[in-house]
Structure formats: structure tokens, C-alpha cells
Design a protein around this ligand. Structure first.
Ligand SMILES: [Zn+2]
Length: 272
């Protein structure tokens, strides 16, 4: 077998052997959407692909090619953004899972690197679990996997094309980060939105409705003219490396758990 964790670089015989060994397959999900003046459209895809490969190598999992197109309607006012309808992505998830299942893979993890995909990936996973009850199909969000990384950030608002995303891309593809164009873009409209509906930076903010209600994502254009929401100008590569590492550490824990997890299948003959 070739020394790679990337399914796309394997031969079909390598893939067959990996399925027979019961290896986990990670499917990363990203986006092609605006990331401010200084980051490439593929930022989410690059970052999620990178952490998936690092974590996979540690536990002997495979990584399928990243599903780079995601649900990004809120960014369509910015050139280059390419978005799928949620139904399309749900259908793609079914087809990808069905293909891997067909070859005998039974432990799959959908790792989503773009917040706008969360609801859709969850529905995709839900449908796939119903169709393939004798497989373990997990889904996870890299933002949740990177929750420990928030403590390393210097800026108050961390939301999009911000300090965190910039720092992480500096750690993975510094050649694609143009720091000369990185800005702090925190408009009053964005600040209000963030505090009330996204996160309460000061914890017990009585104005915060986080966790009680969601209104989805407003068009980015009304929150920011640059596309950045947060302060990209303070991004630092050392912070990016630590943030990436904490995502990888949490993903390794998830994969170790998935490896050891029992597949529980109901027996239709023994209905209580
Ligand atoms: Zn992003």
C-alpha cells in the first residue's frame, strides 16, 4: 500500500485493502466563498483538508477528496463565491457515502470546515444514517473542534476572514495570505448582530439571544464591505499553528473514539 492517507492518491487495490482493514474515511467539507481582501476563496477547503490529513495520519484513517463547494448564499454578493443549494449538498453527501459504503467502509466522519454548511451536513448525515444503519456516520464542525483555540486570539470579534481564519491559513498556505490587505472590519451593524444572535463575547450579556433563537446568516454585504468580519490585521502565524494543532488534537480524539465505537444494529426479529 502506498504511504498516503489521501484516498485520491491510492490505487483501487489500496482502497480495497483499507476497507477490509475497517479503516475510517474522513470526508472534508469546505467552501468556495469570499474571505476578505487578503484570503483566497478556498480558505475553508484548504484549512479543513489540512487538519483532516494531519489527524488521519496519526490514527491510520483515510481522507476522501474535499467537497469544496458548499452552501454560501450569504456571500454571493462577492465575486468568485460559488454556492450549492442545500438540497444539492444533501444529495452529494448521499452519493459519496453510498459509494464508500458499497466498498465496505463502515466508519465515516464528515468533517465540515465551513459554518454555513452545518445544517446541511447534519441533514445529509441524518439521511445517510437512516439509509445505512449498520454504518457509523459521524459529522463534526471544525469550529467546534477548534473551540480551545479561541483563547489564543487577540481580537474581540472572531467571525469570518478574521484573525483566526487568517492565522490558520498563514500556518498552512502562507503564500496565499496577503497581509498588506488584511483589515479590521467591525461595523456597528455587525457588532449588534454578533452580540445578539451569534455569540456573547462577554458571556452573560443580557442582550444576547444565543442558544434561544437563530435567524440564519444575513447577506454579508450588509455587515461588511470588505468581507472580513473581525480583525484580520492582528493575525499571527504562531497563533495559527497553535489553533490548527488544537483542532487536530480534538479530531484525533474523535477518530480514536470512532475507531473503538461499537456499531449497534437493531435485530428486526427481536422487536420488544
Ligand atoms: Zn472561512
Amino acid at each position: 500500500m502506498r504511504d498516503t492517507v489521501l484516498l485520491a492518491e491510492m490505487t483501487w487495490r489500496d482502497a480495497k485493502q483499507a476497507a477490509a482493514e475497517g479503516r475510517i474515511v474522513i470526508i472534508p467539507f469546505g467552501s468556495i466563498e469570499q474571505h476578505g481582501h487578503h484570503l483566497p476563496l478556498a480558505t475553508d477547503s484548504i484549512n479543513v483538508d489540512h487538519v483532516a490529513a494531519l489527524a488521519a495520519r496519526e490514527v491510520g484513517a483515510l481522507v476522501a477528496p474535499c467537497q469544496v463547494f458548499g452552501v454560501s448564499h450569504n456571500h454571493l454578493d462577492f465575486a468568485g463565491t460559488m454556492s450549492l443549494e442545500p438540497e444539492t449538498l444533501v444529495a452529494i453527501i448521499q452519493d459519496l457515502v453510498a459509494s464508500l459504503y458499497h466498498h465496505g467502509f463502515r466508519r465515516l466522519l464528515l468533517v465540515n470546515g465551513h459554518g454555513g454548511n452545518n445544517a446541511t451536513v447534519e441533514v445529509g448525515a441524518l439521511k445517510a444514517r437512516k439509509r445505512f444503519p449498520d454504518a457509523l456516520i459521524g459529522h463534526s464542525y471544525s469550529g467546534a473542534l477548534g473551540r480551545d483555540a479561541r483563547q489564543y486570539m487577540r481580537s474581540e470579534f472572531v467571525y469570518h476572514a478574521d484573525e483566526g481564519e487568517t492565522a490558520r491559513l498563514m500556518a498552512t498556505r502562507p503564500d496565499l495570505v496577503e497581509m498588506a490587505h488584511a483589515v479590521r472590519d467591525v461595523t456597528p451593524v455587525f457588532t449588534t448582530y454578533y452580540r445578539r444572535y451569534y455569540a456573547a463575547p462577554d458571556g452573560d450579556d443580557p442582550e444576547s439571544l444565543t442558544g434561544l433563537v437563530t435567524y440564519g446568516l444575513p447577506p454579508t454585504q450588509v455587515l461588511s464591505q470588505s468581507g472580513t468580519m473581525g480583525d484580520a490585521s492582528v493575525a499571527d502565524v504562531a497563533v495559527g499553528e497553535r489553533a490548527m494543532d488544537s483542532v487536530v488534537r480534538n479530531l484525533v480524539r474523535v477518530l480514536e473514539d470512532l475507531k473503538a465505537r461499537e456499531i449497534l444494529v437493531a435485530d428486526p426479529e427481536r422487536r420488544p
